[in-house]
Design a protein around this ligand. Structure first.
Ligand code: FE
Length: 204
């Protein structure tokens, strides 16, 4: 491969073009079916996304039995309860934030992520700085997201793999007593389910 002097931690000059070239090559060699690719991409770009995860979190806040069950076998329970299943959704582990423990998720090797509940990973999640720094200095990285975690709260960093992906159950904010599952799901952000954000108390 020609070396053009680019630092390889930077994305290639035109990633879209390279992806297209790679895709054409795979199609040409009969390794992929372009129609199947389109369905797959459309599904994870438009149909599956963090709203799925938000529904799981809202139910966990309201239903103690469900909350316990997803911490034991998240993938099976959410497939059964919501029909959330598919690629990159096997072996999801739910980790719950409490007043004493805050959980953060990373994939230090690449970009493993629970697609079935969060959709496709954001660019920062895949970036080299996030992947290396959140392990060494989680509190500092969280601060860059505008998230302050109390000094006496333990921060646990979970390293995802193709075998194990994590969904953070954020803490339910005060001021949401009596809310419906739908209302609660509306305030659950993607970043809170990766653990880089806490959910703010709603303002009137
Ligand atoms: Fe990965």
């Amino acid at each position: 491969m020609p070396h053009d002097g680019h630092d390889f931690t930077e994305p290639p000059p035109d990633p879209a073009l390279r992806v297209k070239a790679l895709e054409s090559l795979l199609v040409e060699k009969g390794l992929i079916d372009p129609a199947a690719m389109d369905v797959l991409i459309d599904t994870y770009e438009h149909k599956v996304g963090p709203r799925n995860g938000a529904r799981v979190v809202a139910r966990a806040w309201l239903d103690e039995g469900f909350n316990t069950a997803i911490k034991e076998d998240c993938s099976a329970v959410i497939a059964d309860a919501f029909g959330f299943q598919g690629r990159q959704g096997e072996h999801i582990v739910a980790v719950e934030n409490t007043s004493g423990v805050h959980n953060v998720v990373v994939c230090t090797l690449c970009s493993c992520y629970p697609w079935t509940v969060l959709g496709l990973p954001p660019v920062w999640y895949k970036s080299a700085p996030y992947r290396s720094r959140v392990v060494q200095d989680p509190r500092g990285v969280l601060a860059e997201f505008g998230t302050t975690i109390a000094e006496d709260t333990e921060i646990r960093v979970w390293d995802s793999t193709s075998e194990m992906r994590y969904l953070v159950i954020p803490e339910r904010p005060a001021g949401t007593d009596g809310w419906t599952e739908e209302q609660l799901a509306d305030i659950v952000t993607r970043n809170s389910m990766v653990g880089v954000e806490v959910i703010a108390e709603p303002t009137q």
